[in-house]
Design a protein around this ligand. Structure first.
Ligand code: CDP
Length: 217
C-alpha cells in the first residue's frame, strides 16, 4: 500500500500543514490534492471557461497540464510553463474551485491522475484532501478525518490569509465552499475504518503528535 497516511477534512482543519509535517518527519512523499483542483480552476479561468458548461469544465480538467511536486520541502504547482504555486491561493481561484470539484466527471479525471502520481512517485506518501480516505486511497494504512470547530477553523484560515479579509466575509466563503463541496463528497462523517481527529483544542505540534501516535501505534 503506497499511501501510508490519508487525511481528509474541511477547510481550515489544518490538514495541509499537519500532513506536510508528517511527511517531513517520516521521510514520505506528500500530495496536496486540493492544489490540483485549484490548478484546474486557475487554468479554466485563463481559458475563460463558462462555469455553467460542465463539458467545458471536464475538458479543462483533462487538458490542464498540471504538474505538482510531492516533495514536502519543495512544494510547487505548475500549469504548463507557468508556476502557479501562489496564484492558485488567490480568492478568485478559491471562489471557483468548487465549480471544478462538484463536477463528478472532472473529479474522476483528477482522482485518476492522483493515483498515477502516487504510483509513479515510487515512495510512500501522505495524501490529503476531501476524498482520499474514501475514493483515492481507501486502502491507506492510516485513514484520518481531521475536523475542528467552525471557530477554530475560521481563526486558522484568517491567520493564513494574514488577516486581510473581513471575518464575516471569510466565514461566508469558507462555509459556502464546504457546503458546495459536501454536495459531492462526504467529509463531515468518517467512513468505516476512518479515525476522526478533532483538533479544535490542539496546536500544530499537538495535532502532528496525534497523527504520529496513530501512525506509530
Ligand atoms: O483551502 P482548503 O484547505 O480548504 O482547500 P484545499 O485542500 O486547497 O482544496 C480546495 C478545494 O478543492 C476544496 O474546496 C474542494 O472543492 C476541492 N477538493 C476536492 O474536491 N477534493 C479533494 N480531494 C481536494 C480538494
Amino acid at each position: 500500500v503506497q499511501v501510508l497516511v490519508a487525511i481528509d477534512g474541511p477547510s481550515g482543519s489544518g490538514k495541509s500543514t499537519v500532513a506536510k509535517e508528517i511527511a517531513r518527519r517520516l521521510d514520505l512523499g506528500y500530495l496536496d490534492t486540493g492544489a490540483m483542483y485549484r490548478a484546474v480552476a486557475w487554468w479554466a479561468m485563463q481559458q475563460n471557461v463558462d462555469w455553467a458548461d460542465t463539458h467545458a469544465v471536464v475538458a479543462a480538467a483533462q487538458d490542464a497540464p498540471v504538474e505538482i511536486s510531492t516533495d514536502p520541502d519543495r512544494q510547487f504547482v505548475r500549469v504548463g510553463d507557468t508556476n502557479v504555486t501562489e496564484a492558485i491561493r488567490t480568492p478568485e481561484v478559491t471562489s471557483h474551485v468548487s465549480s471544478v470539484a462538484t463536477v463528478p466527471a472532472a473529479r474522476e479525471v483528477l482522482v485518476a491522475r492522483q493515483r498515477g502520481i502516487i504510483a509513479d512517485s515510487g515512495r510512500r506518501m501522505v495524501a490529503e484532501g476531501r476524498d482520499i480516505t474514501t475514493v483515492v486511497a481507501p486502502d491507506a494504512e492510516v485513514r484520518i478525518l481531521m475536523v475542528a470547530s467552525e471557530e477554530a477553523r475560521m481563526q486558522r484560515r484568517g491567520a493564513q490569509l494574514g488577516g486581510s479579509q473581513n471575518a464575516e466575509a471569510l466565514r461566508a466563503q469558507v462555509v459556502g465552499r464546504d457546503a458546495k463541496d459536501s454536495t459531492v463528497v462526504n467529509f463531515s462523517t468518517a467512513a468505516d475504518g476512518v479515525i476522526t481527529l478533532d483538533n479544535s483544542d490542539l496546536n500544530l505540534e499537538q495535532s502532528v503528535q496525534a497523527v504520529m501516535d496513530l501512525v506509530l501505534r
